[in-house]
Ligand binder design. Structure first.
Ligand SMILES: Nc1ncnc2c1ncn2[C@@H]1O[C@H](COP(=O)(O)OP(=O)(O)OP(=O)(O)O)[C@@H](O)[C@H]1O
Ligand SMILES: [Mg+2]
Length: 458
């Protein structure tokens, strides 16, 4: 089967799979993209918060160093700063005394002059000038409970510490403060929720749009219906043509008995009539056979048994059987067999006969005067059987549709010729089952040359 035909036959399946893939893939890509953008945005916010805490620690350490000897002024600065910035949870200036740290000024005034011991304070004290330590969610000592209190993950805290050097460049105190990122976090969470709502809305719109545009459900239903109807049609044709065969055989039998005079004397006029009846019976039998072949091919029940075959005797046998119909039209029907011995080919002999009878039969049928000549030649491990006629020929447009089921060229030359348009379709299918090919060359009013190409036995 050619690739194009395969695609045409399985069009519905491809459309359906295409739709399903689109509907899964596009929303998935949009979600992945949004989540990755939100993730990256979060990372960069974290980084900028950390930098902000660092810069703040550094500048506050410098600003407080100027008022170290004046605790009142120091406390005043802290009060102003923490009043104006709600981000500060706590802010303290501590000086080391007797192996612990004493609060000299702070946001929480109840802590002033109290002593605290903490490895964090010792660590900050060990830092050099302008060095700042920034950490997240560190525990904070609660004076009342006399224990360290942990902040919840939701209320993220940045713990910042830095040593304070006096004007003589001596380390004198430490600055310690807790900065809440709640305001920024709230803003980010707001943004996150709105982008997730936007994402869900986009996905719903995309899914709706895609399902409408690929008409996925329609196709699914239509596809099943078409399959069912197709199957019913095939079964109907198969049963009907099979059932037609038996009465046809009976009609043929009785008619020939009548023609022979078994049922009484037959006049010349009656004989004429019987001949007409017989011709119609033949036509009907052919049609029934064609329909049976079509349903066999469509249901994949037509089997070919390829074997090695001598081609010359087959052609000669067919010529002999078709000679009367050619002679009736005063046509020359001839096989120019050539002297050389032809190699055997790979084919199913009875199916090959059917193919050649159809093609040579067509040439006789569509030729008014002149000849139908058959030749054979060997080329590239193939045998080419060429049937050339001097008949009505076909236009390029007609040649395009030639192998379609029920196609018949409609022009004044062919309109009186009886046929169903199934012959060539069946012929092509059978030839392809034998691994062969049919090539058509034709010119309207001049004639046609049909070539059957088959494999030589290796
Ligand atoms: N040798 C030829 N010369 C000109 N036209 C041809 C020739 N062979 C086929 N055709 C055209 O191709 C059409 C299809 O051929 P096909 O054999 O399938 O059908 P048919 O001969 O009309 O009917 P049937 O099914 O009885 O064979 C014909 O109707 C005819 O118009
Ligand atoms: Mg035909």
């Amino acid at each position: 089967m050619k690739l194009k035909e395969f695609f045409v036959q399985h069009k519905q399946i491809f459309q359906l799979s295409y739709g399903i893939i689109l509907i899964i893939l596009i929303p998935l890509l949009i979600s992945l993209n949004t989540l990755s953008v939100v993730g990256k945005y979060n990372d960069s916010i974290e980084l900028s918060l950390e930098r902000r805490a660092l810069a703040l620690g550094r500048s506050l350490a410098v600003s407080f160093s100027e008022s170290l000897d004046n605790t009142e002024m120091l406390q005043g600065k802290i009060d102003k700063l923490t009043y104006e910035n709600s981000d500060f949870i706590d802010l303290q200036i501590l000086i080391p005394e007797n192996n612990s740290f004493k609060v000299v000024a702070g946001k929480d005034k109840t802590n002033v002059n109290k002593f605290f011991e903490s490895s964090h304070y010792s660590y900050v004290w060990s830092l050099k000038e302008r060095e700042v330590v920034v950490g997240k969610s560190a525990p904070i000592f609660d004076q009342d409970k006399e224990s360290f209190e942990r902040f919840s993950e939701k209320d993220r805290i940045w713990l910042v510490g830095s040593p304070i050097y006096n004007n003589n460049g001596e380390k004198e105190a430490i600055l310690n403060f807790q900065l809440s990122s709640k305001i920024i976090d709230d803003a980010i969470n707001n943004n996150k929720s709105s982008s997730i709502i936007l994402l869900i809305t986009t996905i719903i719109i995309v899914i709706l749009f895609l399902s409408v545009s690929v008409r996925i459900w329609d196709y699914a239903i239509l596809y099943r219906k078409i399959k069912e109807v197709d199957k019913m049609k095939d079964e109907f044709i198969a049963i009907a043509s099979h059932e037609l065969r038996t009465p046809l055989t009976a009609i043929r039998g009785y008619t020939s008995l009548m023609m022979e005079g078994t049922y009484g004397k037959v006049t010349v006029k009656m004989k004429e009539g019987f001949k007409g009846v017989m011709a119609s019976i033949d036509r009907l039998s052919e049609l029934v056979e064609d329909l049976l072949n079509v349903s066999r091919i469509e249901q994949g029940r037509l089997k070919v048994e390829n074997q090695s075959v001598q081609i010359k005797p087959i052609i000669k046998e067919i010529i002999l059987s078709l000679l009367p119909s050619a002679q009736e039209k005063k046509l020359v029907l001839n096989y120019k067999e050539g002297k050389e011995k032809l190699p055997k080919i790979i084919a199913d002999p009875s199916k090959l006969k059917q193919v050649l009878v159809n093609l040579i039969g067509n040439s006789i049928k569509y030729t008014e005067k002149g000849s139908v000549i058959i030749t054979t030649e060997v080329e590239d491990n193939k045998i080419k059987i060429k049937i050339s006629d001097t008949g009505v020929g076909m236009s390029p447009e007609e040649q395009k549709h030639l192998f379609e089921k029920f196609y018949r060229a409609k022009n004044e030359k062919t309109e009186k010729i009886i046929g169903t348009g199934l012959g060539l379709w069946i012929t092509k299918q059978i030839t392809e089952l034998m691994n062969g090919e049919i090539i058509v060359e034709s010119m309207q009013g001049v004639g046609s040359r049909i070539t059957v190409v088959l494999d030589i036995e290796k």
